[in-house]
Design a protein around this ligand. Structure first.
Ligand SMILES: C[S@@+](CC[C@H](N)C(=O)[O-])C[C@H]1O[C@@H](n2cnc3c(N)ncnc32)[C@H](O)[C@@H]1O
Length: 235
């Protein structure tokens, strides 16, 4: 695994021209901004558990990953790849590159895919500040990630930048259910869930993507409206 991290680790820390700190007043699904360091710490603590529970993740979302990411082609970048779950759903012949901010999640991904027939490369890198040149990948994929990025619009904008102009961006995201009692439960537990998992689980993925430079081409929802598959193009 190659380690390529941002010089500026805490995205919510910024300053004005005269050096005085500014307050980031943006709100994400009602939650305060968090830093890259916060997210990294969450996944440092949770990598082993997430790795153990990945069978459940695949059981719940595997068929949607298969359907969406089966359309990938060429050089494929998986942004916030976690333990590398998506690699198995790509068509044969596509090249897989995964990035994540968490050393621990990437270590699990490398272990898992050690004997996989597909060639895989992993980089420790911030999705909001990728080190790849423009137009590096024909397909950019990402799953269950916009709920966690400290600045989702920035990460989505970066996905557009590194994708070829005629390439595709495929996102499988989770958010607020369309079933009222479930949605209300999510709202009720939203703060506690965010605190523990750095995850805005009652976000609206379509709204999140529409606030970025990407253009949504197609979308569909499943699992009681809690999972959204999005096909987008860079701009
Ligand atoms: C819920 S996990 C999803 C992992 C995987 N994509 C999946 O579908 O199972 C969210 C992942 O996003 C990563 N992440 C969050 N913010 C990131 C950032 N700014 N840059 C890179 N990875 C990030 C976390 O480290 C974590 O591995």
């Amino acid at each position: 695994m190659d380690k390529i991290t941002s010089d500026e680790d805490a995205t919510s820390d910024s300053s004005t021209d005269d050096g005085s700190p500014t307050v980031d007043t943006r709100e994400f699904a009602g939650h305060p901004p968090q830093s890259i360091a916060d997210v990294r710490e969450t996944y440092r603590e949770q990598a082993a558990m997430i790795d153990r529970m990945s069978w459940l993740n695949r059981l719940l979302t595997g068929r949607y990953r298969q359907r969406l990411f089966g359309a990938a082609s060429g050089r494929v970048l998986d942004v916030a790849c976690g333990v590398g779950t998506n690699a198995r759903y790509l068509p044969a012949g596509s090249e897989y590159v995964g990035i994540d901010i968490s050393t621990e999640m990437l270590a699990k991904a490398e272990q898992r895919l050690e004997d996989h027939p597909r060639e895989t490369r992993f980089y420790e890198m911030d999705a909001q500040d990728m080190k790849f040149p423009n137009d590096s990948f024909e397909t950019v994929i990402s799953s269950l990630s916009t709920c966690t990025f400290p600045d989702p619009a920035e990460a989505l904008s970066e996905m557009g930048r590194v994708c070829t102009p005629d390439g595709q961006i495929l996102l499988l995201e989770h958010g607020r259910s369309s079933v009222d009692p479930i949605a209300r439960f999510q709202d009720w537990r939203a703060d506690a869930h965010f605190e523990k998992h750095s995850c805005r689980w009652n976000q609206n993925p379509l709204k999140t993507v529409s606030q970025s430079p990407l253009t949504i081409v197609e979308s569909s929802t499943a699992l009681l409206g809690s999972v959204t598959a999005i096909k987008a193009r860079p701009e």
